[in-house]
Design a protein around this ligand. Structure first.
Ligand SMILES: NC(=O)c1ccc[n+]([C@@H]2O[C@H](COP(=O)([O-])OP(=O)(O)OC[C@H]3O[C@@H](n4cnc5c(N)ncnc54)[C@H](OP(=O)(O)O)[C@@H]3O)[C@@H](O)[C@H]2O)c1
Length: 308
């Protein structure tokens, strides 16, 4: 049975999802699919204007508009103060009833230009694509009930220079993309290891999805041209594609790293080395703690892992 058919058999009535980066692209596709299946859907991103249009789209796609609730949270994931306000608002909103599924796909090719610093002094691309995803997942633990999913790109090889996680000395586009994938792989595994609530943590490769990701970028004409062509020729429709993420968070029994066909990715020696992951976790935790003063009761000693 396809993911689409399995999702159609599942009862999403009363389930809640928050899609950070859900105002456009892959996240918007996931939010729309959840709306079609009957869930209550929240979206988050910077642009209130885009979000208003997206909320109208969600209402049009609702399975039962009388029953379902749609909401927008404004956040700029490159800013610690914006993230703090957003996380507090989300916690209050879901204090009663909780949040079933958290999906994060925030980041595009323009918002995190290489070499640009965020207002907090972090590499801006790193702060949006990596750091915000960890912090949102970690800090929403008290209200999260079932699953947390990062959409980016699990790796099968490569490593992170633990002395230069923000890539101050080699910040090329492809090096940064490799770092981002490995970072989110590591945090997925570590969040799972530290879990004590039975939450399943995922990192998913979306494959090629038809979005405006490349259109507004300034990566150089050749790269932009090739990527735009690949995206328009090979790209999957975002709502069709979303069946993968919807299936994983609602029905997959084990968290982990998954490819675009929903197959578990294993055998990646750098992140499977616990020592590497622990060092990266400590580095990230300390940086986060300096900016957010984390609630350490979220960080539990390793329990029985849910990873397959
Ligand atoms: N499309 C693909 O084929 C593909 C393939 C592999 C990996 N990916 C990765 O998947 C992720 C999503 O791609 P996409 O195609 O969905 O991109 P997209 O269409 O450009 O959407 C990006 C989303 O992230 C939000 N966003 C960007 N910067 C933000 C910030 N600073 N704070 C809060 N929200 C922010 C945007 O909303 P606002 O502009 O309103 O903030 C939007 O909702 C990217 O990291 C991309 O590299 C995509």
């Amino acid at each position: 049975m396809s993911f689409k058919e399995l999702n159609e058999k599942f009862n999403f009535n009363g389930k809640s999802v928050l899609c950070v980066g859900g105002t456009k692209g892959i996240g918007a596709g996931i939010a729309t699919r959840f709306a079609q299946l009957g869930a209550n859907v929240s979206i988050a991103g910077r642009s209130a204007e885009t979000a208003t249009q997206m909320l109208e789209q969600l209402a049009k796609n609702a399975k039962n508009i009388e029953e379902q609730k749609f909401k927008y949270f404004k956040v700029d994931c490159s800013s610690a103060s914006s993230l703090s306000a957003f996380i507090a608002e989300v916690k209050t909103h879901y204090a009663v009833g909780g949040l079933d599924y958290l999906v994060q796909s925030q980041g595009d090719w323009t918002s995190g230009d290489i070499g640009v610093k965020s207002e907090d002094g972090l590499d801006k691309r790193f702060s949006i694509v990596c750091f915000s995803k960890f912090n949102i997942a970690y800090q929403l633990t008290p209200v999260l009930k079932e699953a947390s999913l990062f959409v980016f790109g699990p790796r099968k090889s490569g490593s992170i220079d633990l002395n230069d996680v923000e890539l101050s000395s080699n910040n090329s586009f492809w090096t940064a993309a490799g770092r981002d994938g490995a970072f989110l792989d590591s945090m997925t595994m570590e969040l799972q290891t530290h879990d004590k609530k039975g939450i399943r943590y995922f990192h998913v490769k979306p494959g090629v999805v038809k979005t405006d990701l490349v259109k507004n970028s300034n990566r150089g004409r050749v790269l932009q041209g090739v990527m735009s062509l690949a995206n328009s020729m090979m790209g999957q429709d975002p709502v069709e594609h979303a069946n993968l993420e919807v299936y994983l968070v609602s029905q997959a029994t084990h968290g982990g790293r998954y490819d675009e066909k929903g197959r578990l990715i294993r055998d990646y020696s750098w992140i499977e080395d616990e020592n590497n992951r622990k060092q990266l976790w400590d580095w990230t935790y300390n940086k986060s703690n300096a900016l957010f003063r984390l609630d350490s009761s979220n960080q539990q000693p390793p329990s029985v892992s849910n990873l397959a």
